[in-house]
Design a protein around this ligand. Sequence first.
Ligand code: AMP
Ligand code: MG
Length: 311
Amino acid sequence: MVDVTISEAAEKLKSGAVVAFATETVYGLGADATDPAAVAKIYAAKGRPDFNPLICHIADLSQLDGLVSVDERARRLAKAFWPGALTLVLPRRPDCPVAPAVSAGLPSLALRMPAHPQARELLRLVGRPVAAPSANRSGHVSPTTAQHVRDSLGPDIAVLDGGPCPVGLESTVIGLTGPQATLLRPGGVAAEEIERILGEPLARPQDMKLESPGMLLKHYAPRLPVRLEVAAPLPGKQEGLLSFGPPLPGFAHVVPLSVSGDLVEAAANLYAGLHELDEQAGLDGIAVMPIPGHGLGQAINDRLTRAARGR
Ligand code: AMP
Ligand code: MG
């Protein structure tokens, strides 16, 4: 891995190269969203299926109107949650300068204004929208440290190290292309908080895969098998435990998500915990204690279900 400074990262992005950088959610693999050749490098580096659209990151609200059609709901959500872990999917304007590959050919564009101070400064220096999916090979667990990026994408990738990601989960994705606001992906902002600001319930599509192609079941798969809602160790197995609350006894290796049972803390530790257990020698599985389904628990359980099913 090549460590770069913030000004080097900005120069690289402006000249059409890809750079991994920290955001408050997970590390992103960025490229100039208006440069189709640069965007293609993201897909190549990730080994990502090309029907999967990317989130476009902006530094400033003034960039919004030149890219997409913004309605009252979008303005209200942006005001309440930006900068932060919320992505809005909005209709592209006919003259939208973002490469069609970022939208995977769809007439919509996913936009987010990140809160991480280093990411904000980087976006300001670049002065253009930056497309960035998570900085891992497609199908791997998302990176929440520079080392995770290194492990997944190899030594040649340029990385702007911003420390561990404080939220630790991808953004919540809300679709605003139809009459009803739709939860396309649960994430770092709880759906209940979004419904409170909107003043109406979010639609939950039956088949998220069709609505939001990034909801591929394989998306968050560790190498080891994952067992959920675990109340006791499996006899004869060497399992690692992701614990929530006081850890259960009898496991070979324990990584606490949150000893006090705090869902925000658990979200921040989720991917690092999966990475740690997945790399632990001698384990033959990952066991996860039950996580409540409210607040960030919805997004945590969504990722864990994918990790358990998607191998
Ligand atoms: P990632 O880049 O790994 O954080 O994933 C981006 C998420 O945003 C995926 O779930 C995508 O499917 C979703 N997404 C991005 N753009 C769109 C779009 N135009 N329409 C629907 N979902 C989108
Ligand atoms: Mg991803």
